[in-house]
Design a protein around this ligand. Structure first.
Ligand SMILES: [Zn+2]
Length: 503
């Protein structure tokens, strides 16, 4: 079911074709366009099914009904997906995204809209192809992993050795790996929360370094996905290692992800003890650094403006699809949450700050720089909430910090959306977790990701995969959460000191 596009955000296209090129975003924000009238908070505006019971608090009740009837999250996501499209950090697409973000924040009437500088490492995909050459010639659906070095221009041909995990690789003698292409064949479990991905993605992230350390010439990874479709899923491989890490001095080798059906074929042939040889050609480049920006907009707090509730999402995407869900939807969700407060004339006691981070996908550059630049302010950041789980509905809320009166208020506010409170601590997200060592507590609005990882990091991460009703539910949950956390006196305490990080 598609919702008709209201006549809003029409100026985005003009904004983007404006004269400011390069990495410099528009210094002077354009005049805000006319916003649609706030939806009337009438009972009929709310779909009957998704709401269990209206909250007693009139302001939250109004936000709940307005949020479920609003298409702002969808419109903003569609605008970013259609008018900007793919936006890997350091690319012209990301420069467009920065201009889009400042323009959109102004159009939504956020205050103090500005950019903050971030230096990022660039990485560009090149040609990418692979074929099995033995036992029979077959094309393989492949995509390069972010951060991968290139193969020789003539390609890389080698025998394949399959392992099911990094642990299984470590058990092999080096001679079994040396000179070969290591093939990580680790199926990912389909789960409602991130469990499947969290336990499946290590072979993509850490696997290439582990294989290179044992003398492999190349790496193939079964795409990290719960889908059986023939899409190759990209994603970052780890390229930076701390001093003392076992991979510190490893020379990385070319690595790509192959579609699940192709991985299954290699697995079947290897199980028959066939000698499997693959030729891969990957020509990515790492053309140095680029200077770009995080984009920030606020609703200033009325009585306690120094205290900040931070809503985060990442502005960059991979380059294969249009980043509609990863993380276009996240940008749409946090911007819609702020917009819902403004449209409903909610006056927060504390400042609500939306931060759209640069370069999450290939190195958390924006998040690391944000935490560095805002370290002194961290004690005043009372909570951080990040949206980076696609566009599926929220089913659970968790908090890091105290589970006292504020968490109860949050639980009550979200209950009408069928969101359950969970006592386990919040896990945060890659952008806001950089603030955790500074004591900033986080709230998780856990989304249903059962379908998300079917399209995640593929050319199929496009607008058509988004369910408008579920997206509106998520934006409403973020608006309610923001309202509760931005009230005077609300507190989750401070985040506990983190455990020591792995090298
Ligand atoms: Zn993401």
């Amino acid at each position: 079911v598609k919702t008709p596009l209201p006549v809003t955000f029409a100026s985005f296209a003009l904004l983007l074709t404006g004269g400011c090129g390069g990495s410099t975003p528009a210094a002077a924000p354009p005049p805000p366009a006319e916003l649609p009238a706030p939806p009337a908070p009438s009972a009929s505006a709310a779909p009957a099914a998704p709401v269990a019971a209206a909250p007693a608090d009139a302001e939250l009740a109004a936000l709940l009904h307005a949020g479920l009837a609003s298409t702002t999250a969808l419109d903003v996501t569609r605008s970013l997906s259609d008018h900007v499209g793919a936006r890997i950090v350091g690319s012209a697409g990301f420069d467009r995204a920065v201009r889009w973000a400042t323009g959109t924040m102004n159009e939504l009437r956020l205050s103090n809209v500005h950019t903050e500088p971030v230096t990022v490492q660039r990485w560009e995909r090149g040609a990418e192809s692979a074929e099995m050459v033995e036992p029979s010639p077959q094309r393989l659906e492949i995509t390069t992993l972010g951060g991968s070095p290139a193969t020789p221009a003539s390609g890389l041909t080698a025998e394949v050795v399959e392992v099911s995990s990094i642990e299984a690789l470590e058990k092999l003698p080096d001679e079994a790996v040396k000179g070969r292409i290591v093939f990580f064949d680790k199926p990912m479990q389909r789960t409602r929360d991130q469990y499947g991905y969290a336990h499946g993605a290590d072979v993509r992230f850490q696997g290439p370094a582990a294989a290179a350390k044992k003398g492999a010439r190349g790496v193939l990874v079964r795409s990290i996905t719960s889908s059986p479709e023939r899409y190759a899923h990209t994603g970052a491989m780890r390229t930076k290692f701390k001093p003392g890490s076992p991979y510190e001095h490893v020379k990385l080798v070319p690595a790509g992800a192959i579609a699940v059906p192709d991985a299954e074929m290699l697995h079947r042939l290897l199980a028959e003890h066939a000698k499997v040889k693959v030729k891969m050609l990957l020509t990515p480049r790492s053309p140095g650094v680029a200077h770009t920006f995080n984009v920030v907009g606020e609703i200033p707090g009325s009585s306690d403006p120094q205290s900040v509730v931070l809503l985060g999402a990442h502005l960059d995407s991979w380059d294969l699809g249009t980043g509609a869900q990863d993380d276009g939807a996240g940008c749409g969700i946090v911007l819609a949450a702020a917009s819902l407060l403004l449209q409903n004339h909610v006056v927060p006691a504390r400042t609500v700050r939306v931060v759209l981070f640069a370069g999450e996908e290939n190195g958390d550059f924006g998040a690391i720089e944000y935490a560095r630049a805002h370290a002194a302010e961290a004690p005043h950041i009372v909570a951080a909430v990040e949206a980076d789980e696609g566009a599926g509905r929220v089913f659970e809320v968790r908090a890091l910090g105290e589970h006292g009166a504020t968490f109860s208020a949050l639980t009550d506010a979200l209950a009408p959306l069928h969101i359950e409170a969970k006592a386990d601590p919040s896990k945060g997200g890659s952008d806001i977790n950089e603030l955790r060592p500074l004591g900033v507590p986080s709230v998780d609005l856990t989304q249903d990701v059962e379908r998300y990882f079917d399209v995640h990091h593929t050319k199929n991460d496009v607008m058509d995969q988004i369910d408008p009703e579920q997206l509106a539910q998520v934006a409403t949950a973020y608006a309610l959460t923001t309202d509760v956390l931005a009230r005077a006196g609300a507190t989750l305490g401070r985040a506990p000191a983190p455990e020591a990080k792995k090298p």
